[in-house]
Design a protein around this ligand. Structure first.
Ligand SMILES: Nc1nc2c(c(=O)[nH]1)N[C@H]1C(S)=C(S)[C@@H](COP(=O)(O)OP(=O)(O)OC[C@H]3O[C@@H](n4cnc5c(=O)[nH]c(N)nc54)[C@H](O)[C@@H]3O)O[C@H]1N2
Ligand SMILES: Nc1nc2c(c(=O)[nH]1)N[C@H]1C(S)=C(S)[C@@H](COP(=O)(O)OP(=O)(O)OC[C@H]3O[C@@H](n4cnc5c(=O)[nH]c(N)nc54)[C@H](O)[C@@H]3O)O[C@H]1N2
Ligand SMILES: [Mo]
Length: 680
């Protein structure tokens, strides 16, 4: 069609970052085409949403009243620089927190800003996502999480991923594995499109993953299916682990997990006996529990036990080729001063997480521990991510200064002194690094709405306004992109010429089985079934070096008669992305309200009715929603998606119900009751 220009834009709504055909007419997005999911298909309503922030704004009157007036970018930068520098002068750099929500692309730049300011308190949404899984892995193997080598695997153990809803780009890979005849074991309390295709589905109660993994280890050990020579040579703490594993015969594991003991045996035999076998770990469901890190350590131990570490088809370091680039994972956090979370969660810091742990942010603000926090610079800060979000929202009032940069006027923006408009991925360029060493460019399709700017430009603007020193950022956005690309041999201009992608120089993958000569980067130099780093905190924090199983149902102080049901929140739905998609009319129309999903037997047992309003209460709070019946859900469990301000599951979660090692909230195994609400 004449006048229509095609631009290739990477969708910025979810991490799949699918490439969308974007047709532009008269400077506006006229249509979105290609292979689209429900979120992608709603992109125009995302960009042209009535809640978009269009200009820098400052709050007038009392904080939280929601009245803002438009100001210029110059005035906004002026206020930000004055306030942040004053606060540094009066209270020290540590009193300012720099925070990034889910979006990842601007994080290294924000970390640079935080470093240049001198604060140790750079933190992100990873205080509730992925890092606990990484920590569990590192405490065992010492390196970065090793993903399964899918191309050569014979058996794949999918430990709680629902690819069809959370990572659609990988759903195709899954289907190809099936076509190749790879055997699949899926661990998940629910029936999902992923578990339906599995050869074995281990349908455990949420939060009991550790007991299941230890029981699989029991079968593998007692049936002598383990790799004895690998274990003898490379594992530290095996004898202690073996003794501990003997507490979990399948009969006992069945009582704890609800999984049939015969199925546990069958799965253990398949995983250990039909190798090479890989385990696909997931970023959140296994670690959203009060025993999350230890449960995942129990899972990870299976890889070493069966000799599936660093073997073709097993879990391999750098199974995929990557291109070298600067920044991601290479900028180190300023750590001259104690960071927030360091006293509560020391292992988080020992295992080199490049950020602070901020799940207890509300407490740290309210109680001024370990010192007063005065300023928050948020890029996509949404208090709906945290347990008891209303308490965090209250805590924000106590800050002297809060600036939030977002696409939308979120509830958190209401608490800010200044809000700044960010550009969507359709309104900016972004470099994308894909497996196989390919760099591509997400093209800018349209000019930013109003006066929105891209996040990195905003960060650079703040840096300059405060006259802070950072040799890389100070050169500006384009030079920064070139700096990121430099090791790959590519440049921003080259990508502009070939946005579809160019192959950069490829990293030399680590030598196969380098551990044979170099050992593992753990304190013992071996794979630690007994983690020496965890052991260090036995006295002070009560950690165990073993992958200790602690059942959340034994948490003291919960009245189980009052709260007989188990609350599991946030299992990904194709149409939602945390708190941000409820404002999109197409997507919001798919569900009338927050759904309280339960097994039909429970609906009957508790006198509820499908489609009717109900109230969920927990020891921490209550919320309302609509009952939805689903046979895919186990009896005794209530599933609720999070992030909806009109019925927010996080209001049910106790702020102190955390994994003591990682600080991750027990989002997926808390306690509740559901009661019907009288119809008006
Ligand atoms: N559409 C969409 N996609 C997303 C997101 C989104 O919000 N929407 N969020 C992104 C983010 S931030 C993340 S972290 C990933 C998460 O990605 P996934 O880990 O794949 O996501 P979930 O759907 O939360 O969990 C997967 C499965 O774990 C199961 N599960 C729940 N509790 C337990 C448990 O205790 N043990 C075990 N073994 N399984 C359990 C659930 O039933 C679910 O089917 O998704 C990403 N992708
Ligand atoms: N109950 C419960 N709570 C959970 C979870 C759960 O499973 N259950 N999952 C947890 C997990 S794994 C995660 S990752 C977190 C996610 O929690 P958040 O990181 O809070 O997730 P979002 O709502 O996607 O994004 C936060 C904000 O970023 C804004 N944003 C989007 N794109 C941009 C951008 O390009 N620039 C800027 N500046 N802002 C942008 C959005 O509009 C939104 O206001 O939630 C956690 N909370
Ligand atoms: Mo996440």
């Amino acid at each position: 069609m004449p006048g229509r220009i095609l631009k290739k834009v990477n969708c910025g709504i979810c991490p799949s970052a699918c490439r969308i055909d974007t047709y532009v007419e008269n400077g506006k997005i006229a249509s979105i085409e290609g292979k689209l999911c429900s979120k992608g298909a709603a992109s125009r309503q995302y960009v042209y949403n009535k809640e978009r922030i269009l200009y820098p704004m400052k709050q007038t009157g009392e904080k939280g009243n929601g009245r803002f007036e438009r100001i210029s970018w110059g005035e906004a930068y002026g206020i930000i620089a004055d306030r942040l520098l004053e606060i540094r002068e009066s209270y020290g750099a540590q009193s300012a927190v720099f925070y990034a929500g889910y979006p990842k692309w601007y994080r290294p730049a924000l970390l640079r800003l935080s470093n240049a300011y001198g604060s140790p308190n750079f933190c992100t949404e990873s205080s509730t996502c992925f890092q606990a899984a990484a920590l569990a892995w590192r405490s065992t193997f010492g390196n970065q999480i090793c993903f399964p080598d899918m191309a050569h695997t014979n058996t794949l153990l999918i430990w709680s991923n629902n690819l069809y809803h959370s990572n659609t780009a990988m759903a195709g890979t899954y289907q190809r594995l099936k076509d190749r005849g790879v055997k699949i074991i899926a661990v998940d309390p629910r029936v999902t499109p992923t578990t339906r295709k599995a050869d074995i589905h281990l349908r455990l109660f949420p939060g009991t993953d550790g007991a299941l993994a230890l029981s699989m280890a029991y079968v593998i050990l007692t049936e002598k299916l383990y790799d004895k020579s690998f274990v003898e040579k490379y594992v530290y703490g095996f004898k202690e682990y073996e003794k501990y594993v003997h507490k979990f015969p399948p009969k006992r594991a069945q009582e704890i997990t609800g999984v049939d003991k015969k199925l546990i045996r069958k799965a253990a035999r398949l995983y250990a006996g039909s190798g090479p076998a890989g385990i696909l770990v997931s970023p959140s469901p296994v670690v959203h529990h009060v025993n999350g890190v230890q449960n995942y350590r129990a899972v990870h131990c299976l890889i070493a036990l069966t000799g599936n570490y660093d073997t073709l088809g097993g879990n391999c370091p750098n199974a995929e080729e990557a291109s070298p680039c600067n920044e991601f994972g290479k900028v180190k956090r300023f750590n001259g001063i104690e960071a927030i979370g360091e006293r509560d969660f020391p292992v988080w810091f020992d295992l080199s997480c490049e950020e602070a742990q901020c799940t207890k942010l509300a407490d740290y603000i309210m109680e001024e521990k370990p010192y007063p926090l005065k300023a928050l610079t948020g890029f996509g800060f949404s208090h709906r991510m945290w347990p008891q979000p209303e308490r965090l929202q209250e805590a924000l009032k106590k800050l002297d200064f809060f600036v939030n940069v977002d696409l939308f006027f979120s509830d958190s923006c209401r608490m800010a002194d200044i809000i700044l408009p960010a550009a969507t991925s359709f309104e900016r360029e972004e470099i994308c690094i894909r497996p196989g060493g390919v760099f591509s460019l997400s093209e800018k399709a349209v000019e930013p709405l109003g006066e929105a700017r891209n996040d990195i430009e905003i960060i650079i603007g703040m840096l300059k306004a405060m006259k802070l020193k950072d040799d890389v950022l100070k050169q500006g956005y384009e030079a920064y992109m070139d700096y990121i690309l430099k090791p790959s041999g590519l440049s921003l201009d080259m990508l502009r010429q070939s946005p579809e992608g160019l192959r950069g120089k490829v990293c030399i993958p680590p030598r196969f089985r380098s551990y044979e000569t170099e050992g593992f980067s753990t304190p013992s130099g071996k794979i630690e079934f007994v983690s020496q780093i965890l052991e260090r905190y036995r006295e002070s924090h009560g950690y165990s070096g073993l992958p200790w199983y602690r059942d959340f149902r034994e948490v003291p102080g919960i009245d189980r008669k009052k709260y007989p049901l188990i609350l599991n929140t946030g299992s990904r739905k194709p149409q939602y992305f945390h708190a941000r998609t409820y404002r999109i009319p197409y997507l919001a129309a798919l569900e009338d309200a927050t759904l309280i999903e339960m097994n039909p037997a429970d609906i009957k047992k508790y006198g509820l009715r499908e489609g009717r309003k109900a109230v969920v209460t927990s020891p921490a709070g209550s919320m309302e929603g609509i009952i939805r019946s689903s046979v895919n859900i186990l009896e005794g469990i209530v599933h609720i998606y999070h992030g909806n301000k009109n019925g927010d599951a996080n209001e049910l979660l106790d702020k102190d119900y955390l994994d003591p090692i990682s600080g991750f909230p027990g989002f997926k195994s808390y306690f509740c009751q559901v009661e019907g609400k009288e119809q008006p």
